[in-house]
Design a protein around this ligand. Structure first.
Ligand SMILES: C[S@@+](CC[C@H](N)C(=O)[O-])C[C@H]1O[C@@H](n2cnc3c(N)ncnc32)[C@H](O)[C@@H]1O
Length: 220
């Protein structure tokens, strides 16, 4: 018996369900920092789903090579199809990100609405596995739901609980609350250099960067 979620049944309708429930808000969130990624050379993209972000990344950055990891075969098929004009720069890996052996150095990691599929301990395991494979100036682009303080706190809480319930029913996802990515990313030496909140604070997209490593100066 496996406890891995199964996103295959939701892969084809995923895009339309997203548009029906949240309009273009997630799309805008994913693409917000795309212009900051144009000089990246090698990316690890985990849980990109049907590949809409990846197609945009490959189209906008003609030099980038990408490892795309997803546990869902159907999501990967859709992703490959959507990226087929740039297939030479794409390698797909049908496996859990939690067991994927990273083939770095990566100067970009992308996790859009993926870290929220993980428990806190799985998220920490993932970050510990990936960070040794990062280039010194690597960026990690994270998009996720968040629960803001203030008047949006309760509505956001209800939306997030409802989404987790729907994903549990459809995919068997066991995660029930948003994990905290900021603490383990900070502890492993990354700094949040930019962020953008949208949909009244329900969505966040964040750019994290490896702290520059000290340059070893030659003795005089
Ligand atoms: C909620 S969807 C997000 C899809 C897309 N990134 C987006 O922005 O909407 C989560 C994606 O992560 C994948 N996924 C879930 N758990 C995974 C795991 N442990 N390893 C790799 N992929 C996983 C699912 O198959 C799915 O494609």
């Amino acid at each position: 018996m496996t406890s891995d979620p199964n996103f295959n049944p939701i892969a084809r309708p995923y895009r339309w369900l997203e548009y029906l429930t949240l309009g273009r808000a997630l799309e805008r969130c994913r693409l917000h920092f795309l212009p900051a990624l144009l000089n990246r050379k090698k990316a690890l993209v985990m849980g990109d789903g049907d590949g809409r972000f990846l197609a945009a990344l490959l189209a906008s950055n003609p030099h980038i090579h990408v490892d795309a990891v997803d546990i869902s075969a159907t999501m990967l098929q859709l992703l490959s199809k959507r990226c087929e004009v740039n297939a030479a720069r794409l390698k797909t890996h049908h496996t859990s990100a939690l067991t994927f052996a990273p083939i770095g150095p990566y100067d970009l990691v992308v996790t859009h609405f993926f870290l929220d599929c993980l428990t806190q301990s799985d998220l920490e395991t993932l970050i510990a596995r990936i960070t040794p494979a990062l280039a010194p100036d690597a960026l990690w682009l994270v998009s996720d739901f968040r629960i803001p303080q203030g008047p949006m706190h309760l509505p956001a809480h209800i939306v997030v609980r409802s989404l987790y319930l729907a994903f549990r029913i459809i995919t068997g996802l066991r995660t029930v609350r948003l994990p905290d990515h900021a603490t383990p990313l900070t502890q492993t030496g990354l700094t949040r250099i930019a962020h953008h909140y949208s949909l009244a604070g329900l969505l966040t997209t964040e750019l994290w960067q490896c702290k520059p490593r000290p340059i070893a100066l030659a003795p005089p």
